[in-house]
Design a protein around this ligand. Structure first.
Ligand SMILES: Cc1cc2nc3c(=O)[nH]c(=O)nc-3n(C[C@H](O)[C@H](O)[C@H](O)COP(=O)(O)OP(=O)(O)OC[C@H]3O[C@@H](n4cnc5c(N)ncnc54)[C@H](O)[C@@H]3O)c2cc1C
Length: 372
């Protein structure tokens, strides 16, 4: 029998982060976007609520299940996709490789504080000339007198201006990528210009460069891609949950607006053309949620989930952009005004088309998997 019900624990997690989003995140979302400003206090608060340790086992983490994590992500993203982008970076990519590979003093000093939100992590993979094609990266690491040195230039690094630790992918040989950790203030590490961007503006992104910078190898030399594959499904499901959150905000706001806005003597929700938008939005949202739940369920029972997580991310992110666009149409001129949130939802939602693999890359992967 199919069962879509949540456990008590999952419901409690969802309720906790719903309250956080409603009371603390949503009221600040427009201001954070306008300035734009990194949400330092909300970030720390997410740490206090245990968000950053959800996917890691005790003693440092709290070992929540994947579905609980995705429910929390959706709720925060409903409050602000930018806040959720910063928080999810910390809860997965910004801390994962430290949690997986750091030992001894390094682990002690960085991991538990990072999961409390006191140490901020960033991931450096993308370069000016290397995006989807990771193997084309030119950042190199060489071993000199028993220690590693990294040289190269990264870009689009989320949280870089506020980060305390940087997980860096670098080439250590021909088609060999390895993972390194550098801390803020390391000689040769420079955080460059902020990238002024369309959406998720409160989640800062910068260039970061390394000039013969001393670095600590995380895990085994050459195991970078293997290590990345360990969390790729989860990154994609997380991005799908971000998409659900922003899409839900757009749907709920436009439904409320359509009930209250009157034209030609009646609420606009009584016009068939507006009803069609609402019906399509809700249907798309529920279809995306069902796909995300199905993919999460597969992951939780240990089934191979490369295809499912890619389909969930592809569908949910494309639907999120469509739903946010429809919301703008329902609000018409007010959907074009900065004083209403729906134009921000649309700007923010476009990020979900890129993070976790672009739609084009995912479609290519899916088709190759079916046809080879
Ligand atoms: C807000 C934001 C935050 C980010 N944060 C981080 C971060 O913290 N750390 C980090 O390392 N990176 C980060 N990124 C970068 C992100 O991972 C890359 O943008 C992404 O990998 C795509 O690379 P690209 O932008 O260089 O596009 P490209 O790879 O140059 O792609 C350009 C176009 O070509 C298409 N394309 C490319 N290859 C193929 C192919 N084989 N088949 C079909 N189509 C293809 C793409 O779909 C796209 O349409 C962030 C990006 C954004 C927007």
């Amino acid at each position: 029998m199919l069962d879509f019900s949540l456990t008590d624990e999952q419901q409690a997690t969802r309720d906790l982060f719903r309250e956080f989003a409603d009371k603390e995140v949503r009221p600040l979302a427009a201001e954070l976007d306008r300035e734009p400003r990194f949400p330092a206090a909300l970030f720390r608060r997410a740490g206090e609520l245990g968000f950053f340790g959800m996917r890691y086992p005790a003693p440092e983490g709290n070992g929540a299940d994947l579905l609980s994590y995705l429910l929390a992500v959706e709720e925060i993203a409903r409050g602000s996709l930018a806040v959720a982008a910063s928080c999810t970076m910390q809860s997965l990519m910004g801390t994962f490789f430290v949690q997986r590979h750091a030992r001894g003093e390094l682990r002690q000093r960085l991991l538990a504080p990072a999961l409390r939100g006191e140490v901020i992590g960033a991931i450096c993979m993308t370069e000016p000339d290397s995006g989807s094609d990771l193997f084309s990266m030119t950042t190199r690491a060489v071993e000199k007198d028993g220690s590693w040195r990294v040289t190269g230039r990264k870009t689009w690094v989320t949280s870089a201006p506020v980060a305390d630790m940087f997980t860096v992918f670098a080439r250590t040989g021909e088609r060999e990528l390895s993972i390194f950790l550098l801390e803020k203030g390391a000689p040769g590490l420079l955080v460059g210009r902020d990238i002024d961007k369309m959406g998720v503006r409160a989640s800062p992104t910068s260039e970061v460069s390394f000039e013969d910078a001393p670095a600590c190898l995380l895990g085994t030399r050459g195991a970078g891609m293997e290590s990345l594959r360990e969390i790729l499904c989860e990154i994609r499901l997380m991005t799908a949950a971000l998409s659900l959150g922003v899409a839900r905000a757009a749907f709920e706001d436009s439904l409320a607006y359509s009930r209250q806005r009157k034209q030609f003597g009646k609420p606009i929700c009584e016009f068939q053309a507006v009803q069609a938008h609402l019906a399509e939005m809700r249907t798309g949202l529920e279809a995306a949620r069902a796909l995300v739940l199905w993919a999460a369920w597969n992951s939780m029972r240990g089934a191979e989930n490369t295809e499912g997580s890619q389909m969930a991310k592809l569908f949910a992110s494309e639907k999120a952009v469509e739903i946010c666009d429809r919301a703008c149409r329902v609000l018409a001129s007010y959907g074009y005004a900065a004083e209403y949130p729906v134009e921000r939802y649309l700007r923010d939602a476009r990020f979900t088309l890129i993070g976790g693999g672009t739609s084009e890359i995912l479609r290519g992967n899916l088709a190759r998997g079916m046809t080879r």
